[in-house]
Design a protein around this ligand. Structure first.
Ligand code: SIN
Ligand code: FE2
Length: 217
């Protein structure tokens, strides 16, 4: 262990909830209310240096979701394309540090030797959604993608990478899910947010934090 490493505790996971798609892993209620409040406070504090902004697609369409990032790298989208970069596209500042609890969660869930280097934070209002897509901007597509939901519940849609039916799963505040192994390139998106289903965010809405290894660090 190096002297500069942050001491951190093991993350206490609830039993895993079975899913119909091999490699799509789900832990309902992994963050209890106190842990949700603590994580939300860290995101809120990070907003001071890394404000949410509205990205646009390479085709020039604005996302309905607003975004920011935590950690050495952040996922961004604009007319130049999708990519990871170390700085906020609006302020030019480095992204705020990755919260230790997210590194603990990754260690507890991801059978992967290296830590995540990027945490995309998506902010959904009642009208926001995310079309079906694959996460494939990472250098090593074998490393898992780990997602944490906070605030209002959402209807998450997921299906196999190539062809085959999609199904929906309700993701609620404190739930953690992962795209691993055969589901790493699963198509997924958010059909809708269930406004008013949680009291966690003072102004309502949903936050989703996605941990990944960009492979750019
Ligand atoms: C994403 O795929 O980037 C977000 C998924 C979610 O909001 O749960
Ligand atoms: Fe995604």
């Amino acid at each position: 262990m190096s002297l500069s490493s942050t001491p951190s505790a093991a993350f206490d996971l609830p039993p895993e909830t079975p899913t119909a798609l091999p490699g799509f892993r789900l832990w309902k209620g992994a963050f209890d209310r106190a842990a949700q409040v603590a994580l939300l406070a860290q995101v809120t504090a990070a907003e001071a240096t890394a404000p949410f902004y509205r990205p646009e697609t390479p085709g020039g369409r604005p996302f309905s979701v607003r975004m920011t990032n935590l950690g050495p790298m952040g996922w961004v989208s604009d007319r130049a394309g999708y990519r990871y970069q170390p700085t906020h596209p609006v302020t030019g500042a480095p992204w705020p540090p990755m919260p230790t609890i997210l590194l603990d969660l990754w260690r507890a869930t991801a059978a992967w030797p290296a830590p995540p280097d990027a945490c995309l934070v998506n902010l959904y209002d009642a009208r926001a959604r995310m079309g079906l897509h694959q996460d494939r901007d990472e250098a090593d597509l074998a490393a898992p993608v780990l997602s944490i939901s906070l605030g209002d519940a959402a209807v998450f849609r997921i299906g196999p990478a190539q062809v085959g039916p999609t199904a929906t799963v309700r993701l609620e505040s404190g739930d953690v899910c992962a795209l691993t192994g055969p589901a790493r390139l699963a198509r997924h998106g958010i059909d809708r947010v269930l406004a008013g289903s949680s009291t966690l965010l003072p102004d309502g809405g949903r936050l989703n934090l996605t941990l990944r290894r960009s492979g750019r660090t």
